[in-house]
Design a protein around this ligand. Structure first.
Ligand code: ZN
Length: 219
């Protein structure tokens, strides 16, 4: 007898969820896991206009560090640049967020952290204010404009919402345990929600494509 599929919430906080799937095909649980890693978008800094950099680090290395700072993301307000109707390479308020930083070490060495980034959007800010960007020696200065955009983990790891996304065996037969931890850009719940929506739209797209097929010679 086929047992009915069911789902149990094992544990949950903002950044971590553990779910137990009972009698659900492992392929379905694994599809959610893979989509969370590579197809749920988050915001990350993607373009940096350097105004002044008298630090010891090259502009490109600083830009790379900035890209890896997780930014709190609202998927209801932003769209991927390629899906935006602004058709503007600079973007608009729906597809990019400007963050600026202007920092200088005066008479002492100074650690510049993500907390000094000033965002034009109240919600889009680093998930932690303590992420180191650079150490400035006295009289050194760093000033730039940075543009954050939505992107996918399949394009670059900086856009992955997850730090951990695994499927393991449960204690009973036909059980799969899905564990997900996020960077804080999205909550674990938002990440799973977005992945399930994406999976559903893929299944629908596939179904529509198969339904529209015609056997040759039958028309
Ligand atoms: Zn736009």
């Amino acid at each position: 007898m086929v047992q009915a599929p069911s789902l149990d919430l094992v544990s949950k906080n903002n950044e971590r969820i553990v779910l137990r799937f009972n009698n659900v095909p492992r392929q379905y649980v694994n599809a959610i896991r893979r989509i969370m890693i590579s197809e749920v978008p988050t915001l990350a800094i993607d373009d940096v206009v350097m105004m002044e950099n008298s630090s010891v680090m090259h502009d490109e290395a600083i830009a790379h560090r900035l890209g890896l700072i997780p930014l709190r993301t609202d998927l209801n307000r932003f769209v991927l640049p390629q899906d935006c109707d602004c058709n503007n390479s600079l973007g608009c308020s729906k597809c990019r967020v400007l963050l600026v930083l202007d920092s200088e070490a005066t008479d002492k060495t100074k650690l510049v952290t993500s907390g000094e980034l000033v965002s034009e959007d109240d919600m889009v800010r680093p998930v932690s204010s303590g992420i180191p960007i650079i150490i400035l020696a006295p009289a050194q200065k760093l000033k730039f404009e940075a543009y954050a955009r939505l992107g996918l983990g399949s394009t670059h790891a900086k856009w992955q919402p997850t730090t951990c996304s695994i499927v393991t065996d449960g204690t009973e037969q036909n059980q799969s345990i899905l564990t997900v931890e996020t960077t804080g850009a999205l909550t674990a719940e938002e990440t799973i929600d977005a992945a399930i929506q994406r999976l559903n739209s893929k299944v629908k797209g596939f179904t529509d494509a198969v339904t529209s097929l015609q056997v040759p010679g039958t028309t």
